[in-house]
Write a protein that binds this ligand. Structure first.
Ligand SMILES: C[S@@+](CC[C@H](N)C(=O)[O-])C[C@H]1O[C@@H](n2cnc3c(N)ncnc32)[C@H](O)[C@@H]1O
Length: 218
């Protein structure tokens, strides 16, 4: 097991793992592996776009360990659980609007002290900005048509000066007709008009088709 530059994230051959903060527990049926009496959870890049990005693009400054993070679109907590492992000392605020997805996310959060789940709509950051305060990293994976606007509004509400963002842009949620590059260009324009800069992009093929990761700063 080889430690990466990013928190408690490890590589074993071609695979990514996180050090299991809850030894013996699986979150989504992932493989567990013990090495020198430490247990690790396999981080599946086919199930988690962040794992796909780390495999394709690490190391980059976006991955330096934040002390606080706002995660939009937590769903059942697949990626969130690995971030909880990876950043044991960070505060991770997780927004999810679907009550059905929120239930397992809440159950996960009860077992992990660094998770703060919020049942809320990411289009209305004014509803949770007081709970979240200022974070170092904004991560968004909501698969909505207005993804760039949602990112900008949350960044304006909750990202500290000098903070960084990762936007998982789902091309097909924006349009069925236009190409990936034109959707990225439009998102870039929207973000730039609001004072945010896209510093790098990464196509997540083959792990997540139609998804492009945008790395953003102020
Ligand atoms: C692709 S899934 C996220 C998967 C998750 N990030 C992971 O890697 O484990 C997108 C999630 O975003 C949620 N979502 C969509 N629009 C949202 C919004 N406006 N506010 C909050 N959550 C939203 C959906 O309910 C869904 O659970």
């Amino acid at each position: 097991m080889e430690r990466t530059a990013w928190g408690e994230v490890y590589r074993h051959g071609k695979d990514l793992y996180t050090r299991n903060a809850r030894p013996g527990e699986r979150v989504y049926g992932e493989d567990l592996l013990t090495d020198h009496e430490v247990e690790y959870r396999h981080w599946d890049p086919w199930r988690s776009k962040l794992a796909a990005l780390l495999l394709k693009a690490a190391p980059q400054p976006w991955f330096v360990s934040p002390r606080s993070l706002l995660y939009l679109g937590g769903a059942h907590g697949t990626t969130v659980s690995h971030l909880s492992d990876a950043l044991p000392d960070a505060s991770l605020y997780v927004v999810e609007k679907s009550p059905v997805s929120f239930a397992p996310l809440l159950a996960l959060s009860r077992r992990r002290a660094n998770l703060y789940p919020l049942l809320a709509d990411a289009q209305l950051p004014e509803r949770y900005r007081a709970d979240v305060g200022e974070v170092d990293l904004l991560y968004q994976d909501v698969a909505q048509r207005t993804q760039a606007q949602i990112f900008a509004e949350n960044a304006e509400a909750c990202l500290r000066g000098g903070g960084r963002g990762i936007l998982m842009l789902k091309v097909r949620s924006v349009t069925q007709r236009r190409s990936g590059p034109s959707v990225v260009a439009e998102a870039r324009r929207t973000l730039e008009q609001r004072g945010w800069k896209v510093r790098a992009t990464e196509d997540l093929t083959p792990f997540a088709r139609d998804h492009i990761a945008l790395m953003i700063t102020g």
